[in-house]
Design a protein around this ligand. Structure first.
Ligand code: G1P
Length: 285
């Protein structure tokens, strides 16, 4: 059996321009989703998949993310003195989810560059990568499904979801050659193709198992779609030295990286997190 994966790289350096002015001071990863910030969902998902160390890539001005995951002794003392046990446990749980290492991306050069910024903090072994713009909701966390695929194939693993022709240009798209149940062997990857150029409607969904060789490719990668250094292009280079498999995962991945998606996710989660508000909203019609 392949060694379990210990580390998860979480790129959180983006400027959050889609949410301005809400994200002028607040990192978009701290916007609430249900009862906790979006990035906490990601960390919980990675921890559930077995990762014990999160390597978070920030940009200047996003230090509140560090604060969120750091212990808060003063707050804990206050909650304890007031007998607020449930809140105390919730606060303590956040900082004990995993260990955290932070690194910085100094210029917004793209997702591939952000992942490259984590290089010095990642051991020479396979690691997870999770984009906190989507939250996994459902019985089996998406990253755990990728971890299982890695145990089976031992290769780079991508999360895949079938999207529509109108949607594919927002994503990386893959060509596949061989299908085993929910697993597809990937033979090509194209970042944000026009619908007519997309190799398929299977989109890459922001969850990855990456091998350490990816860093060499990213370091030499020229800018691609949107003039940015793309993770997808680095992954494409990996095809030169081994197989890549994709998992058409089960369960839901809810978009919280766009205003539309964030609202749709709020409605989706309302019955669980705000049942009374949900009932009231239903009865208005
Ligand atoms: C990134 C990746 C893209 C992937 C997408 C998933 O794009 O580059 O391949 O399909 O995440 O959300 P971004 O959304 O950062 O533009």
């Amino acid at each position: 059996m392949t060694q379990p994966i210990r580390q998860c790289v979480i790129p959180a350096a983006g400027l959050g321009t889609r949410f301005l002015p809400a994200t002028k001071a607040l990192p978009k990863e701290l916007l609430p989703v249900g009862n906790r910030p979006a990035i906490q969902w990601g960390v919980e998902e990675a921890a559930a998949a077995g990762a014990s160390e999160m390597v978070v890539v920030l940009s200047e001005g996003k230090e509140l993310i560090r604060d969120h995951f750091a212990p808060s002794p003063a707050l804990e003392d206050l909650l304890s003195a007031r007998g607020k046990q449930a809140q105390l446990e919730a606060v303590r749980a956040v900082s004990s989810l995993a260990s955290f290492t932070y690194t910085y991306q100094d210029e917004p050069l793209g997702l591939g560059h952000a992942v490259l910024c984590a290089r010095d903090h990642v051991a020479q072994e396979p690691f997870f990568c999770l984009l906190p713009d989507d939250v996994s909701y459902g019985a089996a966390p998406v990253l755990s499904q990728l971890g299982e695929a890695f145990q089976r194939f031992g290769t780079t693993i991508l999360a895949l979801m079938r999207v529509t022709e109108e949607q594919i240009s927002r994503y990386g798209s893959v060509a596949v050659a061989e299908t085993v149940g929910r697993y597809h062997r990937v033979t090509n990857v194209v970042e944000k193709p026009a619908a007519k150029d997309a190799p398929s409607l299977l989109a890459i969904m922001g969850r990855y198992v990456l091998l350490p060789d990816i860093f060499d490719h990213l370091a030499h990668q020229s800018p691609g779609a949107g003039g940015e250094i793309q993770l997808t292009d680095g992954i494409g280079q990996m095809l030169g030295s081994g197989d890549i498999w994709g998992v058409e995962f089960e369960g839901e991945l809810l978009d919280v990286g766009t205003l539309e998606g964030w609202y749709a996710t709020m409605f989706r989660l309302a019955p669980e997190y705000a049942p009374k508000a949900f009932e009231r909203a239903q009865s208005v019609h």
